[in-house]
Design a binder for this molecule. Structure first.
Ligand code: LLP
Length: 423
C-alpha cells in the first residue's frame, strides 16, 4: 500500500490532504502514516510466522515516541543503541523484556540501567565489553543475558558509510576470534550466553550478503554445539533496503522465506532488527518552495527544508523522490536542483529533477520516514521541524516544531559578560 495517494491532483497522506497539513502545522514538517508503519511491521511478522521469532524494530531509524508507541501496541520488540533509546521505548510503552541492546561503546551506566529494566539481551561486540558487563552484573547481583555480535566479513554491497560487516569495520567480534570468546564466556560467572548475531549494513538490496552471513554464522553455531555451547537464538540484524529510486530490494516476504529456508530444521529462535524497511516509506518531508532561481548554468528550487532537516542526500548522496503536492496547474517542466537555505554546497535534497512548479508550491520529499527527523540537527540555528502522524481521516501533531526559545534553552553566558542571564 502506498499511504500517500493522489486525488484530483492533490497528494494525500491516507485520508488527509497534505495542503491541509501544511496549513495547519506549517512547513517544513515530517508526515507519517500509521497504517503504513503497521503494514510493514506486520509484513515482517507474517514473513517469519513459520518460526519462533521476535521483531526488534531498530529505534535509531525513527525514534519518535508516537512511532514507537504504535509498534509497541503491535507487540514489537526493539533494538536500541543507547540509554536514550531505552528510555524512549519504556516511555512509549514498549516491554524491556523484548529489547536487545546493540552498539560498540555501551557505557557502564547504560548497561546498569538496561540490567535494571531486565532487557532481553545485550548484543556484545567485544571481549572487553563482555568483561565489563560480567563484572557489573556481579556487583548488581544479577545475570546478564548476552548474544555475541559476530562480524562475518561479508560485503553488503551498500554505501560504504552504512556497511558494517567487513572485517575492517568497528562492529562485532571478528568471526575468526568468535570461538575463543565463546569459550571464555563459559567461564564468566554472571553472564548467560543466549545467542549469536550479525548486522552487516543498511539499505541492502540483494539477498546474497544476508544469506552468506547467515551461513557463516550457522557454521559457527555448529562448531559451538560440538563444543557443548548451545544457543537459543540467532539475530540476523536489520538492513533490508527500500526502493528509493530504481533499486529492487526483496520484499519482507521474500526476505523471510529465504532466511527461513536457510534455517530449516534448526531449533533457534530468530531475532530481526529492521528499521528502514518499517519506517522508511511511511514518512515524507513536506516543504514549501521559497524561490525559483535561474542562472545561466542551472535552475534551483529553493525550499524551506534543508540538509539539517534531512541529512541523507548530503551525507550519502542518497536519492529521495521529490514530487509536487498539487499537480496539473502548470504545464512547463524545467530541470532543477532542489536546495535548502543552509550555507553549504552539500545542502541539496535532489539533483537535476524535472518539475513543473512555481514559488509558494509545496513539495514532498518521499521515503523520509527512516533516518529523517532522527538525524536532523539545529545547524544554522534552524529549529527542528514538526512531526505529524496521520491516522485515517485524522492528522495528529506528534512533535511540535521547536521554537527559537527552545534553540537557546540550556545555554549560558559567562558570568562576567554584560546582559548575562545566568545570575
Ligand atoms: N541493527 C543494528 C545493529 C544497526 O546498526 C542498524 C542500523 C539496524 C539494525 C537497522 O538497520 P536498517 O534495517 O534500518 O537498515 N543513517 C543511515 C543508516 C544507518 C544504519 C545504522 N544501523 C541512512 O540514513 O542510510
Amino acid at each position: 500500500m502506498d499511504p500517500f495517494n493522489t486525488r484530483d491532483g492533490h497528494l494525500y497522506a491516507e485520508g488527509v490532504a497534505l495542503t491541509e497539513i501544511a496549513e495547519r502545522y506549517g512547513t517544513p514538517c515530517y508526515v507519517y502514516s500509521r497504517a503504513a508503519i503497521e503494514e510493514q511491521w506486520r509484513a515482517f511478522d507474517e514473513a517469519f510466522a513459520g518460526a519462533h521469532h521476535l521483531i526488534c524494530y531498530a529505534v535509531k531509524a525513527n525514534s519518535t515516541l508516537a512511532v514507537l508507541n504504535i509498534l509497541a501496541q503491535l507487540g514489537s520488540g526493539f533494538d536500541i543503541v543507547s540509554i536514550g533509546e531505552l528510555e524512549r521505548v519504556v516511555k512509549a510503552g514498549g516491554d524491556p523484556a523484548n529489547v536487545v541492546f546493540s552498539g560498540v561503546g555501551k557505557r557502564t551506566d547504560e548497561m546498569q540501567r538496561a540490567l535494571e529494566t531486565g532487557i532481553r539481551c545485550f548484543n556484545v561486540e567485544s571481549r572487553e565489553e563482555l568483561q565489563r558487563l560480567d563484572q557489573l552484573a556481579g556487583h548488581m547481583g544479577l545475570r546478564a543475558p548476552v548474544s555475541l555480535r559476530v562480524n562475518p566479513d561479508v560485503d553488503a554491497k551498500t554505501h560504504p558509510h552504512i556497511a558494517t560487516g567487513l572485517n575492517e569495520s568497528k562492529f562485532g567480534i571478528p568471526i575468526t576470534s568468535a570461538r575463543a570468546i565463546f569459550a571464555e564466556s563459559s567461564t564468566t560467572a554472571n553472564v548467560d550466553i543466549v545467542g549469536v548475531g550479525f548486522h552487516i549494513g543498511s539499505q541492502i538490496t540483494d539477498m546474497e550478503p544476508f544469506l552468506d552471513a547467515l551461513r557463516r554464522l550457522l557454521k559457527l553455531m555448529e562448531e559451538l554445539e560440538s563444543e557443548g555451547i548451545t544457543l537459543k537464538h540467532i539475530d540476523i540484524g536489520g538492513g533490508l533496503g527500500l526502493r528509493y529510486h530504481d533499486e529492487h530490494p526483496p520484499t519482507p516476504a521474500e526476505y523471510g522465506a529465504s532466511v527461513l529456508a536457510e534455517l530449516e530444521g534448526r531449533p533457534y529462535a530468530i531475532v530481526i532488527e529492521p528499521g528502514r524497511a518499517i519506517a522508511g516509506h511511511a514518512g515524507l518531508l513536506l516543504t514549501k518552495i521559497e524561490y525559483l532561481k535561474h542562472t545561466a548554468q542551472k535552475n534551483f528550487v529553493i525550499v524551506d527544508a534543508a540538509m539539517n532537516d534531512l541529512a541523507r542526500p548530503a551525507m550519502y548522496d542518497a536519492w529521495h523522490d521529490i514530487v509536487p503536492v498539487v499537480t496539473g496547474r502548470i504545464r512547463s517542466r524545467e530541470r532543477y536542483d532542489i536546495v535548502g537555505p543552509v550555507c553549504e554546497s552539500a545542502d541539496r535534497l535532489g539533483k537535476e529533477r524535472e518539475l513543473s512548479v512555481r514559488a509558494g508550491d509545496l513539495l514532498a520529499v518521499r521515503s523520509a520516514g527512516a533516518y529523517g527527523f532522527c538525524m536532523s540537527s539545529n545547524y544554522n540555528s534552524r529549529p527542528r521541524v514538526a512531526e505529524v502522524m496521520v491516522d485515517g481521516e485524522n492528522a495528529h501533531l506528534v512533535r511540535r516544531r521547536e521554537s527559537l526559545a527552545d534553540l537557546m534553552a540550556g545555554e549560558y553566558l559567562l558570568p562576567s559578560y554584560p546582559n548575562g542571564t545566568c545570575a
